[in-house]
Design a protein around this ligand. Structure first.
Ligand SMILES: Cc1cc2nc3c(=O)[nH]c(=O)nc-3n(C[C@H](O)[C@H](O)[C@H](O)COP(=O)(O)OP(=O)(O)OC[C@H]3O[C@@H](n4cnc5c(N)ncnc54)[C@H](O)[C@@H]3O)c2cc1C
Length: 591
């Protein structure tokens, strides 16, 4: 099977095209999103074998309610995961793994997430982030040394980035690694918190600052290291008592004068931040697939209950308000699946910048899973609130996905700021050109030509099935409007746009909906080509509900880039922050 990890896929925007960055410029880079990716016959066969084996093992071994109660995995669970070969699923075959493509790996991730969210965290913290750095950036010697033992399950991986004072702002980390005088090793010191798999880990990927001489001054640069968990000087904190995913082992890890051989440097000195971002970029796809499959599993409980529970002489599933909850979860899930699969196809093709797309998939799928957990609980009524049933656990378990591997706020800011980069640079260049117009006529005229083109020429989809012509038109229309609105916002706010997060949020929401609607167009086109109109009725229904709904949201978001209450919102929030009270006193408040 083709091993995707061997495919270079560094998200370098200068060399690798990106669909979503194109959207900010009003372009539809259709070749990146059509045709919808399909697993090969060989991949389908392997997937079927892996999923069958996992499902029958899970039926005998996994008891999610018990795991939630005990707050840990029994040895049989971790042993079973290793015996099934799952600990080496995305490790290349040359190092004892299965070498799964991103499509296969993330589909299996989804299946695990659908069975037990804590087990998905165990699986993901090991392979999506824990040892992913070794797979992507390790030298041949490092891969030979570490990966075979990780593939067999002998060593479990963990990813150590977060610190007490640096969460979203990872660059602010204090952990440091000082090279020894003879260059043979580094001395690592620091405290990492919230580390998933810490208690099981045999190997850590640790990020710490290394002093570097630049222009005669010493600067601290984030650097990645492979750290043997048995090294002297490492201590583990107690297991965190969490709201959900309780069986996953989360702890503080302290490094005190830990000697890390220079041979364990991952990538280059100072290259650690880029490595962390790259690992998280692909890790987010696993969370997306896990959330989408998890949504289906949670809603299955609610659907079964809606058929069986009767009120007013009918099953509650016969009432339209209940039907609406099920239908909306179904179309959103169709879109979330289309989103991660399209993105997995990009990862497997290689040389495509998919960083904005994985962020979009993670945001959408994580919010969908949390919303669906709440809706499933609501469908279950009173029993939904009882610990005897799984619904309250679904709500607790699904909540974490909005927080880790980049909070959804940070990811929205990332989508907007990355999307704004190219249009912003174009405008900056033009701004400079106008200071010396006689010598910059070329730059000015090419900007003006581009601007006229953007204003007048609406982009088009050419590969969408004719039955989806209206939906494709809606998406293209919004891509056009977004690019114009982005340009207008850049002119109006200039550099200050960097701090205008209420605008970022709207731009990101528009970009997320545009990407997902495009993924749906691509998926349904492929279904129509394969099965014809009759065979793809459910796909068409999903597209005809999801795309108009998602494009209505997008139109609203774009309109509000220009007409909004942001100034008043800022003032209101500031008043609450200053007084510590949400509102002014009500007439019933006592002095
Ligand atoms: C169960 C669990 C498992 C975890 N596993 C790991 C792991 O294995 N390895 C690891 O390294 N870390 C792990 N983490 C840490 C996790 O990645 C961080 O919690 C997350 O990145 C957020 O950091 P923080 O908690 O410090 O929140 P903060 O960064 O303090 O953020 C608090 C709030 O402020 C918002 N915020 C912050 N900055 C901005 C901004 N610029 N603009 C707008 N809003 C902002 C955030 O979105 C959030 O809502 C885990 C966390 C949990 C809870």
């Amino acid at each position: 099977m083709a091993a995707s990890p061997d495919t270079p896929h560094l998200a370098d925007p200068d060399t690798n095209p990106s669909f979503t960055r194109g959207v900010f410029l009003g372009e539809i880079r259709e070749d990146l999103v059509f045709p919808f990716p399909e697993p090969t016959t060989e991949e389908k066969e392997s997937l079927a074998a892996i999923l069958d084996a996992f499902r029958s093992w899970a039926a005998d071994t996994l008891d999610p309610a018990q795991l939630d109660h005990d707050g840990k995995f029994p040895d049989a669970v971790r042993q079973g995961m290793a015996e099934l070969g799952l600990m080496g699923l995305n490790i290349p075959e040359a190092y004892g793994g299965f070498g799964a493509s991103a499509m296969v790996f993330n589909r299996v991730f989804g299946e695990i997430g659908a069975h037990d969210a804590a087990l998905a965290v165990y699986f993901g913290a090991h392979q999506s982030i824990g040892i992913k750095g070794i797979i992507l950036f390790g030298t041949e010697e490092q891969k030979q040394e570490w990966l075979p033992r990780c593939a067999s399950g002998e060593l479990v991986g963990a990813f150590c980035l977060t610190e007490p004072g640096s969460g979203s702002d990872a660059q602010a980390m204090l952990a440091n690694a000082v090279p020894s005088a003879d260059g043979s090793h580094y001395l690592l010191n620091g405290t990492k918190i919230w580390i998933s798999n810490a208690g099981y880990a045999g190997v850590f990927t640790v990020f710490a600052k290394v002093p570097v001489e630049i222009g005669g001054k010493t600067k601290q640069r984030v650097t990645a290291f492979i750290v043997d968990a048995k090294s002297a000087g490492i201590s583990l904190g107690k297991i965190e008592e969490k709201m959900g995913i309780k069986a996953s082992d989360t702890r503080t890890v302290t490094f005190e004068n830990v000697k890390v051989p220079a041979a364990n440097l991952l990538g280059e000195v100072g290259g650690g931040f880029k490595i962390a971002l790259e690992i998280l970029n692909s890790g987010r796809l696993g969370l997306s697939a896990g959330s989408a499959r998890g949504t289906r599993a949670m809603m299955k409980h609610a659907i079964d209950y809606a058929k069986e529970r009767e009120q007013f002489g009918k099953p509650i599933g016969a009432f339209e308000m209940i039907q609406k909850k099920i239908a909306l979860a179904a179309v959103d899930c169709y879109a979330a699946d289309a989103g991660w699969m399209l993105c997995a196809g990009m990862v497997d093709r290689g040389a495509i910048d998919f960083s904005l797309e994985t962020a979009a998939c993670k945001i959408y799928a994580s919010e969908l899973a949390f919303r669906s957990a709440n809706e499933a609980l609501q469908i279950a009524g009173g029993i939904g609130y009882s610990k005897e049933f799984p619904y309250e656990r679904f709500v607790r378990d699904s909540r974490i996905n909005l927080i880790f591997e980049g909070t959804n706020e940070i990811l929205r800011a990332l989508i907007a700021l990355m999307g704004l980069q190219q249009p912003g640079e174009e405008m900056k260049a033009v701004g400079k050109a106008f200071q010396d117009p006689l010598h910059s006529l070329g730059a000015i005229s090419s900007y003006l030509t581009g601007r006229v083109k953007r204003t007048l020429v609406k982009p088009d989809f050419t590969k969408v099935h004719p039955l989806l012509e209206d939906e494709a038109e809606m998406v293209a229309e919004n891509i056009h409007s977004l690019a114009l609105a982005v340009e207008k916002a850049l002119i109006e706010h200039g550099k200050a746009i960097i701090d205008r997060q209420m605008l970022h949020e709207r731009m990101a929401n528009a970009a997320i909906d545009i990407y997902l609607s495009t993924a749906v167009l691509s998926r349904v086109t492929s279904a129509l080509e394969k099965h014809g109109e009759e065979g793809a009725t459910a796909d068409l229904d999903a597209a005809r509900i999801f795309i108009p709904m998602s494009m209505r949201r997008t139109r609203r978001a774009i309109r509000a880039l220009d007409r909004n209450q942001d100034e008043r919102m800022r003032a209101l929030a500031q008043r609450a922050l200053d007084t510590g009270d949400l509102t002014v006193p009500t007439p019933t408040d006592t002095p």
